[in-house]
Structures are given as C-alpha cells and as structure tokens.
Design a protein around this ligand. Sequence first.
Ligand code: C2E
Ligand code: MG
Ligand code: MG
Length: 724
Amino acid sequence: MPDQPLVLVIDDDAAIRLLARETLEQAGFRVEEQADGLAGVAAFERLRPDIVLLDVQMSSLDGFGTCAALRHLAGGDHVPVLMMTGLDDPYSINRAYEVGATDFITKPIPWPMLGHRVRYILRANRAFLDLTQSQARLINAQRIAQLGNWEWHVTTGEVQRSEEIYRIIGLSAQRFSGAYGSFLEVVHPDDRRLVKDAMYIALHRQQPFNVDFRVVRPDGSIRVVHEQGEVHCDATGTPVRMQGTTQDITERKRAAEQIRQLALYDSLTGLPNRHLFKQQLSHAIACAQRGGHGLVVLSLDLDRFKRVNETLGHGGGDLLLKDAASRLSKSLRATDYVARDDLDGIHQCVARPGGDEFTVLLSVEQTEDAAKVARRILEALSEPFVVDAAEIVVSASIGIAVYPLDGGDAESLLKNADAAMHHAKEQGKNNYQYYNGEMNSSALERLALESDLHRALERNEFTLYYQPKIELIGGSIVGVEALIRWCHPERGLVSPVEFIPLAEETGLIIGIGEWVLRSACAQLRAWDESGHTAVPVAVNISAKQFLQRDIAETVMRALREHGVPPHLLELEITESTAMHNVEATSTTLRELKALGVHIAIDDFGTGYSSLSYLKRLPIDSLKIDRSFVTGLPGDQDDASIAHAVITMAHALRLKVVAEGVENKAQLDFLAANGCDEMQGFYFSRPLPAKECTELLTAHPVCPLWPQDEDNSEVNASRLATPAR
Ligand code: C2E
Ligand code: MG
Ligand code: MG
C-alpha cells in the first residue's frame, strides 16, 4: 500500500530486522531492510523512505557514519532517523545527535512500543516540516512586502526581530544588538524624538501606535519606514511586551511624492501650479492675519507671447518660458521683500498657473514695495532672451493686488491681480498696475457688451455715419469715409473705438465688416439713383477681416450686389495691419486692386513702415494719423513728421490725406506743405446718411472753403449754413 509510511530498517542483525519488520507491518507500516550501512545509504536514495531505523554498531559503515551520509543526501535532511543502540552512554547519545539523529531507542528494543514510537516521530516530523514551511512562507511574504516583525520584552529590554527588519536597515543580526535602544541609533536623528514619543505614549496609554520615520543605512542611504505596534499587558495590567511590524515604504513614498509633484507643480518650470499657489496664498493670508503684516499678489503675463510660439515653435516657446521662470525667481531672491520665514516655511513664492502667466506672492512692509519688485521683474525680463541662437525681446504686464485692501481671500486677490494685469496690457503693455475697484466693473461691462454685440447684427443695431473728405485745392468734397456706429438700445450710440477691438477679439468683426461693405455699397447705389454726383466711399477694413482668404471675393460680391463701379469704393487698411506680414499683404492688396478698388493706408505714422515696404505695396493714398496733426503747426516734431510724410508720399506718387483737422492753423500748415485732402471736425463730423446726403446735395463744394475763422468747434450744422 503505497500510502502507508515506508520504514527502512538498517541492521546487521537478521533477528532484529525480522522482529522489526513483523512488528512494524503489524502496526500498518511498509518495511524495507538492509544489512549494512553502505547498502542502507544506497537503498535510501532508491526508496525514499519516510523514516529510517538505524543500528549503531555495524561492521562496514557504523550507524553514526550512515546517519551522517544520509543527512548529506538530497532530501535526506528532513527524514527522521531513529537510532537503535545498545550503548546508552552519554558520549554515544551526543554523537548520535551530532550526526543528525532524530531520536534514539535503546536495545533491547521494547517491540510492543516500536510502532507507537515510529508513528509519533513521523507525526512530530510532519508538524516540524509544516512549521518550517510556514516559516519560510512568512519570511518570503515579509521579504516581498518589505515588512518585518519584532517583539520587545519591556521588562528585560530584549528585542526579537525577523530577518526582514535587518534587510530594511541594512545590518546583519550579528552586527546589531538585541536591545531596543540600538534600533534608535539607526533612526534618522531628526526623527528619533518622534519615534520615542510614539512608543512612550503607546506604552503609557497602552494603546496601539503607528509612525512613519526614516532610517539611515550604514552606506548612508535613507529608507522610509512605517512602523505599527501594540502593547500586551500581564494580568495586573502592567505592560510586558510590545509587538509590531516595520515596513519599508520608501518606494511608496517616492511614488506619492511624484504624484504630489505632478499634481502641484508645473512640469516645465518646476514652479508651483495654480492649485499649490492658491494653497500657499491661503496659508499666507492666515499668517498675515495673525502677524498683521501686508501681503501682495502679482499676476504677470508675457506680452505677445503667441508670436514667440508662432515664430520659434512650441519647443522654443517652452525654452523661453523656462528662462523667464528662472529670471523671475532670481529677481525675487534678490529682493528683501519676498516672504520666507514669516510665511511659515513657504519658500517658493513664484508659480506658473499656465501658459505665459506667472503669479508671485510677496510679504511686504508697505504696498509700495510691490512696485519696486514689479520694476525689478520687468527689468530682469527686458534683457533679450536667446533661444536657438536667436535673440528675442519679450516684455510683461503685471497686475498687483494688495491684501486685505483688494480682497480677503486667495480667490479674490488672484482675480483682482488678474484684472490689474489686463489693465496694464490695455495701458500699452510692459508696465505694472495696482488694482482698483473700477477694473472689475469695467471687465464686467466688457463682458456685457460682448454678449450684446453677438446679437447686434441680427437686431439691425448698426448704422453707418459718413465723414466728408475735402480737397485742399478748391475745397470740394471729394469723398466720404464710412464710420460705423452701434445704436445700442440702452447705451445709445456706442463708438467703434469701444466695440471694434471686441469684435476683432471675438471674430464677430467678419460679419460686421461684411455688413459695412454691403451698406456702403447700398448707399453708393442710393446716391447714384437719386442723381447725386458720385463721391467715393472709403470703408475701414479691420486686421482680421483683411486676413480672411476670401476678402477680395467678399468685396466683389458687395460691389456686384449693388451694381457699384469699383473705383467708387476705397478700402482703408491701417498701417500696422499692412505691415504685419508684408508678403501676404502685398498679395491680398494686388487681388483687391485687380477688382478696381482704391487702397488707402490708414493711421499712417503709428506703425513701423519703411519706405521700401511702402514701395512694394499697390496703394493709392496715405492717411496721416490724427496724432501727428493735433500738434500742428506749433509742435516741431509733428511738423517735421507731417512734412516728411507728405514729401515721401508724393515721391511715391501717393495721395496724402490728413486726419483729424480741427482748426485753421492746422489746415494752413497742411496746405502750405502740399497735403492733398483733409478730413476733420473743422469741416464736418461724421454724419448720418440722411444729413450727409443733404450736405452733398447742397454743397458739392465745401461751403466753408476757404474759411478765416479759427474755430475747432465747427460742426455739421455750421456746414449746413454756408458762410459764403
Ligand atoms: P479711423 O478710420 O482713423 O477714423 C477716423 C476717426 O477719427 C473717426 O473716429 C472719426 O470720427 C475721428 N475724427 C475725424 N475727424 C476728427 C477730428 O477732427 N478730431 C477728432 N478728435 N476725431 C476726428 P470714429 O468714427 O470713432 O472711428 C474710430 C475708429 O474706428 C476708426 O478710425 C476706425 O479705425 C474704426 N472704425 C470705424 N468704423 C469702422 C468700420 O466700419 N470698420 C472697421 N473695421 N473699423 C472702423
Ligand atoms: Mg479710417
Ligand atoms: Mg485713421
């Protein structure tokens, strides 16, 4: 029966072997026998018995030698060996154990007991094997979990530790004393107090504890461990033992730290992100409340960063942002105002909430200090950035919000610093602005205006006004400029200065621009049909509109729709629009010119055109910007610019129109310098279509021409009452 345990009996006495076989088979065992040690070892390898009964005194190889040989065989180490000996002297017994005997039995053998003895040894051996196996499993599991266990006997001070604990601290059990205090030596000095306190409290309150701390290995490397334990008391309630586990959680901590980094820091610059900045700000506000000192928040946005990205690609843009971040941090480090100690450990006060925006948190004595820092930052950023060997100049706009004046919580301080930053942008960029309460209301107003603008076209709220252009020689009205007005149901007439930029930003300008073109053409048609002398109408084309691929088609459609001859339509493109991309401008202008329309460069002098650029563009006239006319004739600079523009334009065979002529002195200067046409309140303000029609009917030649009075208040009603 193979599931009956197999006993190998090795004895040179045939009678003993026989008796052993009889007895053991009776007791339910299988039995194999061998007469000497060498044959016994060979049989062991072949039969793999569950237990060996071994005689000590044998001729070739004695029992001690045989036992030692068995123990060296593979799998021979855990099979129980029961030595049968007539020698019961202590020497022989010791020897038997030394060579690995499990137990011994003295001769004469008590045969009736043998079966029980063998069964007992087998059972004990099984239990022993199970225990060894489960211990091995435990060690393995502890190794995988990097978790060790320990037991501290409070009264003796002795500690037992599992193997894994030694692996975690990087020391062998031999090099580590058993005392509790020796463990504290491997704890990081900064964490010892924490560990001692946790143990002390656990012991005295007799409650479980858990604590995370660092241990320092002999090679200096640091591991983070999580230790937990509980206290065991005796019957009188006195703590006698503390048991616990220690787990190496270094990797877990590292992963958690990585997640924290990703969640709270900007990966490009390594600066805190919006989320962390808000936390730091809230914390700083709480400290400021207690400490009674001032806090300011700076919101910074790089100017025209989109263009950097467009030119250098996003890789180049990223490099610039990194450089900007480091300049920002450096310029703050150089100041005395940056909050450090007084913000309770907040060292990093610059953050990058996203894109080309940065935020800065400062603790200041006086709010004026913020301006000093802002100036220093602007200065630090004004140095050209070198990206891929190209030098790039970037400026920034900064908004400043002061705590508690401009907001009592992180949210409102950030919002208001942002509003101030937008205001700085509106103020021409590259500057800083303190927040004031009106900024938000103007932002809200903008928002309201924007939503109204979306509906203005369908509600037919736009209208065109017309401002005459007067020829200097002869004073005739030689054309009109169509200027849009928005008749807002509540606000009344809204100036294009207010809503055109908004329409540009939102893209609504495309629809509005088309409407202007069609309405201007419709007006031209109406004048023609009512028998007026045809005067050309100039229409302003916005930058975005001009960049539309189908702009020429749109213009042609408007002309065709109303049967208007193209030469009666003039398109005004501002100088900055034209100069944005001269190649593209030239192509578009050629397409437009091919239709037969005229082209004027508007607001001339405010852009950066050079003569060579202008020469390449198919244009008909230049309009000198009003800002250069205002100072005429007294302002020397204005006078020389106006003169130069007129001379230059004539050299290029371009007509020159002066904008914003408001008085006779300006007119005289322009006339003396050979300007071709003028436009301005001195002759007429922009007029509604009906009034303009009346003006054109009554005065094909300007009635105020020439005029002696120097009066800038001249208006349409005066035009309607001719002076001559
Ligand atoms: P702009 O094209 O340079 O138009 C001239 C502006 O100067 C007009 O302002 C006009 O009313 C004003 N102006 C004319 N003479 C005088 C003067 O003697 N003194 C003063 N102080 N101002 C004078 P407006 O109508 O407010 O238009 C402002 C700007 O809005 C225009 O400047 C133009 O750039 C834009 N705009 C007007 N209508 C349209 C349009 O239909 N489409 C587009 N895209 N832009 C338009
Ligand atoms: Mg214009
Ligand atoms: Mg203009």
